[in-house]
Design a binder for this molecule. Structure first.
Ligand code: ZN
Ligand code: ZN
Length: 268
């Protein structure tokens, strides 16, 4: 049935694009080809996949010259063992096109875009199956109040199709966010760490002995959110926690003094 529905869906997409030419939701050019993703090929191509030298643990991109000169496999944070996840990787840099794509996921529930990003993350998993081996896929949860306001969790728009592609169970009710995010829109680096400290818990003290968890979120900003979730999952018995996010804020953003600039919004 899925095949029939898929073919029918595609036919309807083609029909819809002929009858109602839609603009790309990022650059507003008219979409020339029928697609489930309301984003043009040029915009999809303008995402910048992170493929260069990076910290072996948290995936923080290195400036090539520096990385080559020092030959350090870990960034300064991971050398200090700041993060409690085992590994984190992101699909692409948080550039202008990506900022707009994340807005579409977060505030406009563009489900096909979540599926497209899930496909990119699945490709990353396929390239290194051992590093990303997992038993369950868990989206970073929203606080109940926020979830009610928005009606959906954008991390789940990515995690659900990813779990399906990987043939893994999706566990959306394992983790809960117990502490709401402050209403202030932009948070400094320091505030990010403070607001997520103790902000997550296992629902009903669930134990997940020896499970390997693939933790999914939209944006890696400081890594504080993935770290806070990983701490809780580990305490509940998880044997490994690997974070996968669609986008990653460039280290330049984080190199400036915390008070000097507000960072782009991360998972909220
Ligand atoms: Zn476009
Ligand atoms: Zn690192």
């Amino acid at each position: 049935m899925a095949g029939v529905r898929g073919a029918l869906g595609e036919a309807l997409d083609v029909l819809a694009s002929l009858v109602f030419p839609a603009p790309c939701r990022i650059c507003e050019q008219t979409l020339l080809t029928a697609s489930r993703i309301p984003i043009c090929v040029a915009c999809l191509d303008s995402f910048a996949p992170l493929a260069g030298p990076a910290c072996q643990k948290c995936g923080r991109p290195f400036v090539s010259a520096v990385a080559m000169a020092t030959a350090q496999p870990l960034c300064h944070l991971c050398r200090r063992e700041v993060y409690r996840f085992d590994l984190a990787r992101s699909f692409a840099a948080y550039n202008d096109a990506m900022v707009r794509a994340i807005v579409l996921l977060k505030y406009h529930e563009v489900t096909p875009l979540g599926a497209w990003f899930a496909a990119r993350l699945a490709e990353m998993v396929a390239r290194d199956p051992q590093a990303f081996a997992a038993d369950v896929v868990v989206p970073v949860p929203l606080h109940a109040t926020r979830l009610r306001e928005r009606g959906y969790n954008q991390a789940e728009l990515i995690a659900r199709p990813l779990a399906k592609r990987l043939g893994l169970p999706l566990r959306t009710v394992l983790l809960v966010r117990t502490k709401p995010r402050p209403s202030k829109l932009k948070l400094t680096r320091k505030e990010r760490w403070q607001t997520v400290r103790g902000a997550y818990a296992m629902r009903g003290d669930t134990k997940i002995d020896k499970l390997r968890v693939l933790l999914v979120d939209d944006v890696f900003t400081t890594g504080a959110t993935l770290d806070a979730c990983a701490q809780v999952l580990r305490k509940a018995g998880a044997s490994r926690v690997v974070g996968l996010t669609v986008a990653r804020v460039a280290p330049e953003w984080l190199a400036v003094p915390a008070e000097a600039v507000a960072e782009p919004a991360g998972h909220e």
